[in-house]
Design a protein around this ligand. Structure first.
Ligand code: HEC
Length: 308
């Protein structure tokens, strides 16, 4: 199955004339252990007073990522108890999105710089991940990935082995309890679209990328047979990664339709990193065939509205 995907993927990705697609510069930064819970602990983050009227990207976007990475990559013990020597503090990426032949494609180009090999992920050198929301998750629009980032997730401050990303709505009490709601309540949340979807490319340079997709509700769960396709090439240290899937990928996947705004968040794990030791980007909006100013990422179709 993986071999088949590898054969198909470059051809599919190649269908888009990327030179014609607008490019968005997004800087990813190293977030250390600054979880959602920490940001909303009284006195810890002055941003909390104006959130959610002002979003994360609204205060920090395209200004603070570099300085945040600089201060967090070797921050005091309270924020970064196990710094990685020589880890670059941030990574600059160019992101393009398009739709073609009924698929949404995301292209992420970046140079991770000189990455120390931390040997956490023995299997893959690099992972590029996108989360996607269609308005089903309250606050995803304002906070993106941070909604899923908690202090009890494995490798975070109060690391609980086996705890992966989750949405606070799935816990009792909602304000960060550690009791998971009963299955029927989780099923209701899922049926109402209250979950995030994620797409991931797992990369070893020179080899076909391995695609993974899944959802985040009370935990992160990978789908057994991913619909998402991934490609990756590395040329002179620059990684070019595409992630794609059909606009309508069937049950369990969010439908991607015109005239609707989606929220996406991105992460890059470099240098065989795992878990929290990644670079992250603040939330961005995405729209098919959008016009400039309407969303951060516009995904044109060469047929001019072929998604309809
Ligand atoms: C109203 C503006 C504002 C908003 C909204 C805001 N922040 Fe901040 N943030 C700040 C300021 C100012 C700082 C500098 C440190 C401080 O004053 O807390 C900061 C600091 C941070 C830091 C570094 C924290 C540390 O301890 O070093 C991170 C990470 C961060 N913000 C992430 C976020 C995320 C994620 C969101 C959205 C959930 C967000 N911010 C929303 C203003 C904001």
């Amino acid at each position: 199955m993986v071999a088949g995907a590898a054969l198909l993927a470059p051809e599919r990705a190649g269908a888009v004339d990327w030179a014609k697609v607008p490019e968005k510069n997004i800087t990813f930064f190293y977030p250390a252990q600054i979880s959602w819970d920490r940001l909303f602990t009284p006195g810890r983050h002055s941003g909390q007073r104006r959130y959610p009227e002002k979003t994360c990207v609204g205060c920090h976007g395209d200004i603070d990522e570099g300085p945040l990475g600089d201060s967090l990559v070797d921050a005091e013990k309270d924020k970064e108890p196990s710094p990685i020597p020589g880890k670059p503090p941030f990574v600059k990426a160019k992101i393009k999105t398009a739709h073609e032949k009924g698929e949404l494609l995301i292209r992420i180009e970046f140079d991770p710089g000189k990455q120390p090999n931390i040997a956490m992920d023995k299997e893959f050198e690099t992972k590029v991940t996108m989360i996607l929301d269609d308005g089903g998750v309250k606050e995803a629009k304002q906070a993106g990935c941070w909604l899923t980032c908690h202090s009890d997730v494995e490798s975070m401050r109060w690391s609980v082995t086996g705890t992966t990303k989750y949405l606070t709505e799935t816990r009792i009490p909602k304000s960060g309890g550690d009791i998971i709601k009963p299955a029927e309540e989780l099923a209701k949340l899922r049926a109402a679209g209250n979950y995030l979807e994620y797409w991931q490319a797992r990369i070893n340079p020179g080899k076909p990328a391995v695609a993974v997709d899944g959802t985040i509700l009370e935990k992160r769960v990978a789908n057994e047979k991913p619909v998402v396709k991934a490609t990756a090439t590395v040329t002179k240290g620059v990684y070019t990664v595409t992630l794609s899937r059909p606009l309508d990928a069937g049950p369990g996947y969010k439908k991607i339709v015109p005239d609707k705004k989606y929220t996406v968040g991105f992460a890059i794990h470099a240098g065989h990193a795992n878990q929290r030791f990644h670079y992250v980007a603040f939330e961005r909006s995405l729209m098919l065939d959008g016009i400039e100013g309407i969303a951060d990422l516009l995904a044109p179709g060469s047929g001019g509205g072929a998604a309809r």
